[in-house]
Design a protein around this ligand. Structure first.
Ligand code: NDP
Length: 277
């Protein structure tokens, strides 16, 4: 049996390439039990990376994640995010401590600046380093930062990822952001990897999936996961979707299948500014 594939952060920490998102999880009390069951099933299957944020449901998603990981904290690799208008020296610490309380834990493994706001990046970086020093976070990174923004991070800053919108219909980062991060051995976290479901009815994707006897979601995820420097974090609120997504880890798309997808979803040939959702 071959060892399960992992993606390595600059710190040396390794995680599985498929994780779980939580935007809109916890919004509807009627779906709560199912969403918790889905996250737990994901953990059972080794989908350790759980991505959340103080923004999601104004803390409701973090509370739900807290419930899902209760009694099994070490099964999860928690990714959290601070809102840009909280990201000054004091606000970052306060936001992190509030998130820790909602999550019911004393450590967020990877804490990201959600997007760039008006707080200088060096102040946020300093606040993040202070949280690492006190043990509240394992490491830090950024989200929705394009190459020019990354260049504004202080020299020597220990950012561990850039979490960006990346899927078959959002290939812009391949042009310059991926090479920039790869040079620094920094993996990308791909958010909305199935374009929030909008991608799944696409004819070309469906044709490849049908030929493989797989679902469009699985092929869309396998396509994102074809790269060894990407962690995909689809959000799934049912056990069935989690299991389906997990099975995408077994798919290796052939050169022919990749060419078919390239024709339908062309790679970028020039710089495009980073899309955000
Ligand atoms: P996704 O691309 O993950 O799509 C989620 C949607 O796809 C849900 O409606 C889900 O349905 C559906 N879905 C999931 N699996 C399947 C499947 N196997 N078959 C059919 N439908 C499926 O979009 P998100 O925007 O949620 O992105 C993922 C995560 O990335 C977020 O939840 C969040 O954690 C993070 N994110 C980060 C951002 C940032 O700015 N840093 C911005 C946006 C997202 P169902 O729920 O019914 O299972």
């Amino acid at each position: 049996m071959t060892a399960a594939r992992t993606v390595r952060f600059p710190s040396g920490v390794e995680v599985p390439p498929l994780g779980q998102g939580t935007w809109h999880v916890g919004d509807d009390p009627a779906r709560r039990a199912g969403e918790i069951a889905a996250l737990r099933r994901g953990l059972d299957l080794g989908l350790r990376v759980i991505d959340t944020a103080e923004m999601y449901g104004s803390g409701a998603a973090e509370e739900l994640v807290g419930e899902a990981i209760r009694g099994r904290r070490d099964d999860a690799f928690l990714v959290g995010k601070v809102l840009p208008y909280n990201a000054d020296r004091r606000g970052t610490a306060e936001a992190c401590h509030a998130s820790l309380r909602r999550l019911g834990t004393d450590r967020i493994d990877l804490y990201l600046l959600h997007w760039r706001g008006s707080v200088p990046l060096d102040e946020t970086a300093e606040a993040m380093e202070a949280l690492v020093a006190e043990g509240s976070i394992g490491a830090w990174g950024v989200s929705n930062l394009d190459v020019a923004d990354l260049a504004d991070l202080p020299a020597g800053a220990r950012w561990e990822t850039d979490q960006v919108l990346y899927n078959l219909t959002r290939r812009g980062p391949e042009f310059d952001l991926f090479p920039h991060c790869r040079e620094r051995a920094v993996p990308i976290m791909a958010y909305s990897p199935v374009e929030q479901g909008r991608l799944l009815g696409h004819k070309a994707l469906k044709a490849v999936a049908d030929a493989l006897g797989r679902t469009p979601a699985q092929v869309a995820l396998a396509w994102v996961l074809r790269r060894d420097d990407v962690i995909a974090i689809p959000k799934a609120s049912s056990v069935a979707h989690v299991e389906e997504n997990h099975a995408a880890l077994d798919i290796r798309l052939s050169a022919d299948e990749l060419r078919t997808l390239d024709r339908a979803f062309p790679a970028p040939v020039r710089k495009r500014s980073l899309d955000v959702l």
